[in-house]
Design a protein around this ligand. Structure first.
Ligand code: PEP
Ligand code: MG
Length: 841
């Protein structure tokens, strides 16, 4: 190549040089910042991405000109500098410029052993990373004069030429190999998996070597100022005498940095250098506005800072660091909020499997509720309750769960089901209770009769065997694992308090029980957006009364059973009002098909016959008569309210009486009552008529005035289309996107798990629409409903309360559509608060 063909676009890094991240990469930019901060950075030249790309396609940069920047006889390193540090890049090559002459000189000044070791290392690295020779020939060799001779000989015989001596030739080879490695298919796929665009470019950084070997204090190390797992302030790192690069991190003979009981330290060995490093660290934090890890070298007592990278960190450390930087005035609270990824919060709310431990996965399913827990396998709710009674944590393992499993779920520390999707019973309840849960683990074979579970690989598990459910990843593991505890500390609360100050959409929680409501409050929900009242009827005493009500032959018998339920419901609502102390509470009237409350096993039917004092045959017949071909489209929701109005009457009375109580206690509430599964205006009229009358009756009987708001749940496509007329009778509309998704797609929310994977894999659906709101179809219905509703009533309150309510994407959609709030399970409230703040910033 002629001299005039050589590329000359490269820049010496000085405080005023034009170095930009898109062009030269993050490392070059960061090094320039260090230079500007007057840190002792060795001379550095940055090659822009355009130059590197040209090198990959066969051109070459003027290497002698680059080398001239480093004086005569330079020794240099080359490091990758992509635009984003997460995109990786080819390995750093150290000691370019090493050759026989330098080897001889170094042997004189630093001793033969040190000279041999350095030269060998360079030859090995060059042979493997640059000449791409078989690593087996060069790796794992102990440094000695003989191994150096062997390595040089192997190179010569493989390459048919002697090891290159000319530094310019070495540099050209290194640059070419690094530029081409970046363009390789594997590297490309790897970085694209980390979010890099297809055309992501690489810059390169050529730096004067600080050797780290010498007679005076010499060596290298890394230093950082926070713990990478907890984020607590703490000096961490290692130093190794007579070493280079990041050797100190991998060698056992490396020493600690700070003076403490663990052994010798850099602080003891070289107190001034330690103090200088600490100062440099503080400057980096302040000026680079980030916790940095510093790579340093000491040569004969002279300190060089070679590089600084953002400290790798866990989610919890990320949050702590962002808050600490903002509290110290280094960044603004807005920036701290934006630096924490909302989804990372769910890791802080629950125990997590410690990523540093081993994982023996026996099945994968849908990660339906995050967090992890270890317990003994219980194949039935009874078994789960028995384990719990003995104080033994257990995992409820079922084909799928039904409402009657609720007590088993309360007794378990985690749930694993063979069937079901993101909105199946187990998933919804699991998220509500904060229980780690995996559903749709279809690769297990369950035999609940023989009480065994067989994994796909043939491994057999029996009741009582210990497993771990990792609901964050959807993996079930054999045995117990180490756990990281939840981390809702001051930093967590502070970040969310800042987030609340920025967001402009309300966040409520779906909460059915006092425990849920308390969790919702603790997590900062602004009210309850959905209380599914049917969940209140699964406790032992209520279930019996409920079943009596279902089996009642006459309205009078039904009324009698409901009279027993009334005080219980009143107490339920009273408790919720108290816990939420003035925040809005939206209560949904009874929704599910009645037969869900009936036992499904013969044993259960026998128990019910006993409790009702009726013959088993009659109980069985009645249960069968209640069965429907298509229960989710059958007698449920407002249809029950129209056909068997006594149930809603009881619930409305309980709500109003609890409201009167709240007024009497001096903490008045304005309850919100919501009618489920509406598809026609007349349904709302009928129910509203009775509820208004009941309110009037309670007011006149108690002499206490109170207000309430009546609203409609939009869960059928027709309700969305007819929202204009429905809004004539509703103060608010809340979109129940679970049912609305089910009905818009005609896709069973309980069965879709079976084929959802295939559908998503084949690109039929971009995502599971029960998990990520289908903005094109279901979303259009939301927009139509919102627009038509508001056209009737400008002050109509709009919200979403399906499982989508906690997803950042859905929150963005609802915010854009002008919704007032989203409601999600209590454990997703922090994530929703943060995601909403991100949208507003
Ligand atoms: C819904 O359908 O979106 C909803 C919130 O109600 P449920 O999940 O109880 O059917
Ligand atoms: Mg619903």
């Amino acid at each position: 190549m002629q001299k005039h063909d050589l590329l000359t676009d490269f820049t010496t890094i000085t405080p005023s040089a034009r170095i930009t991240t898109p062009s030269h990469g993050w490392r070059a930019k960061c090094l320039q910042r260090l230079v500007r901060l007057d840190l002792p950075v060795p001379g550095t030249v940055a090659l822009p991405a355009a130059t590197v790309r040209a090198i990959a396609s066969g051109q070459m940069v003027d290497c002698p000109a680059i080398l001239a920047h480093f004086g005569s006889d330079p020794l240099i390193s080359v490091r990758p500098s992509p635009e984003n540090p997460d995109w990786g890049g080819p390995a750093t090559i150290l000691n370019i410029g090493f050759n026989a002459a330098r080897h001889a000189r170094l042997a004189e000044t630093h001793g033969q052993a040190a000279a041999d070791a350095l030269y060998l290392r360079f030859v090995q690295g060059y042979a493997i990373h640059v000449a791409r020779l078989d690593p087996d020939m060069f790796e794992g060799v102990e440094p000695s004069a003989q191994s150096l001779r062997d390595a040089l000989r192997s190179y010569q015989s493989e390459m048919d030429e002697a090891f290159p001596e000319d530094p310019a030739r070495q540099l050209a080879d290194v640059l070419r190999s690094m530029a081409r490695a970046w363009e390789g298919t594997t590297a490309r796929l790897l970085r694209q998996a980390k979010g890099a665009p297809a055309e992501a470019a690489l810059g390169l950084v050529v730096q004067q070597m600080a050797q780290g070997i010498g007679q005076g204090i010499s060596g290298s190390g890394v230093m950082q100022f926070v713990d990478p797992v907890t984020g607590d302030p703490l000096i961490k790192g290692r130093y190794l005498g007579q070493s280079q690069g990041r050797d100190a991190l991998s060698k056992t003979e490396a020493i600690y940095l700070t003076r403490d009981k663990r052994g010798p330290s850099l602080e003891d060995l070289a107190p001034e250098i330690f103090a200088a490093l600490t100062r440099h660290g503080a400057i980096c934090r302040q000026k680079l506005r980030e916790e940095m890890q510093i790579e340093f070298t000491i040569e004969d007592g002279h300190l060089s800072v070679l590089d600084a990278v953002k400290v790798a960190r866990s989610s919890r450390a990320g949050l702590k660091i962002a808050v600490a930087l903002a509290k110290d005035g280094v960044i603004t609270p807005e920036e701290a909020v934006l630096r924490v990824e909302p989804r990372a919060l769910s890791e802080l709310l629950h125990p997590q499997v410690d990523p540093r431990g081993a994982r023996d996965v026996f099945v994968r399913g849908i990660a339906a509720s995050p967090g992890a827990a270890t317990g003994r396998i219980a194949f039935s709710s009874q078994a789960a309750q028995a384990f719990a009674a003995r104080g033994e944590p257990c995992v409820l393992v079922r084909r799928e769960t039904a409402p009657e499993d609720i007590r088993g779920m309360h007794s378990a520390v985690a749930v694993l089901t063979e069937r079901g999707g993101m909105t199946s019973h187990a998933a919804v309840i699991g998220r509500g209770l904060g229980l780690p849960c995996i559903v749709g683990a279809s690769d297990i074979r369950l035999d609940t009769k023989d009480k065994k579970l067989v994994a796909r690989d043939g491994r057999l598990f029996r009741e009582g065997d210990i497993i771990t459910v990792d609901g964050t990843t959807g993996e079930a593991l054999v045995g117990a694992t180490d756990m990281l505890p939840p981390a809702q500390d001051d930093a967590f609360r502070q970040l969310l308090a800042w987030a609340d100050g920025f967001r402009d959409i309300g966040i409520r929680a779906n909460a059915d029980t006092p425990t849920d409501a308390q969790t919702a409050r603790d997590f900062g929900a602004q009210g309850i957006g959905l209380c599914r009242t049917e969940h209140m009827f699964f406790d032992e005493d209520r279930l019996v009364a409920m079943r009596e009500m279902i089996f009642a032959d006459t309205p009078a018998d039904r009324a009698a059973a409901l009279t027993r339920l009334l005080p219980m419901q009143r107490a339920d609502f009273g408790q919720l009002f108290e816990i939420m102390s003035g925040l809005p509470v939206c209560i949904r009237l009874f929704d599910p098909p009645l037969h869900e409350f009936l036992p499904h096993s013969r044993e259960g039917l026998r128990e019910l016959a006993e409790a009702l004092d009726r013959p088993l045959s009659e109980v069985t017949r009645r249960a069968e008569a209640l069965a429907e071909f298509n229960p989710m489209l059958g007698m449920r929701g407002v249809r029950l309210g129209v056909v068997l109005p006594e149930i809603y009457d009881m619930q409305a009375r309980a709500i109003f009486e609890a409201t009167v109580e709240s007024v009497r206690k001096g903490a008045p509430v304005v309850p919100e009552i919501m009618i489920p599964l509406v598809s026609a205006r007349r349904e709302v009229e009928l129910v509203k008529g009775r509820i208004d009358a009941l309110a009037a009756a309670v007011r006149s009987k108690t002499g206490v005035a109170f207000d309430y708001r009546l609203g409609v749940m939009v869960e059928t496509p027709r309700a969305a289309l007819r929202a204009g007329e429905i809004a004539q009778h509703a103060a608010f509309l809340s979109f129940g996107t679970n049912d609305l998704t089910q009905m818009t797609y005609g896709l069973s929310r309980d069965d879709a798990g079976r084929f959802m994977n295939t559908y998503v894999q084949q690109g039929v659906f971009p995502e599971d629409p029960f998990h990520i709101l289908d903005v094109d179809g279901v979303g259009e219905l939301l927009l139509i409903g919102a627009e038509r509703g508001r056209a009737t009533r400008a002050d109509l309150t709009l919200s979403i309360c399906g499982e989508h309510g906690g997803n950042p994407e859905s929150i963005a959609f609802c915010r854009k559509a002008g919704f007032d709030y989203v409601s999600c399970s209590p454990y997703r409230v922090p994530l929703a608060r943060l995601a909403a703040a991100h949208l507003a910033l």
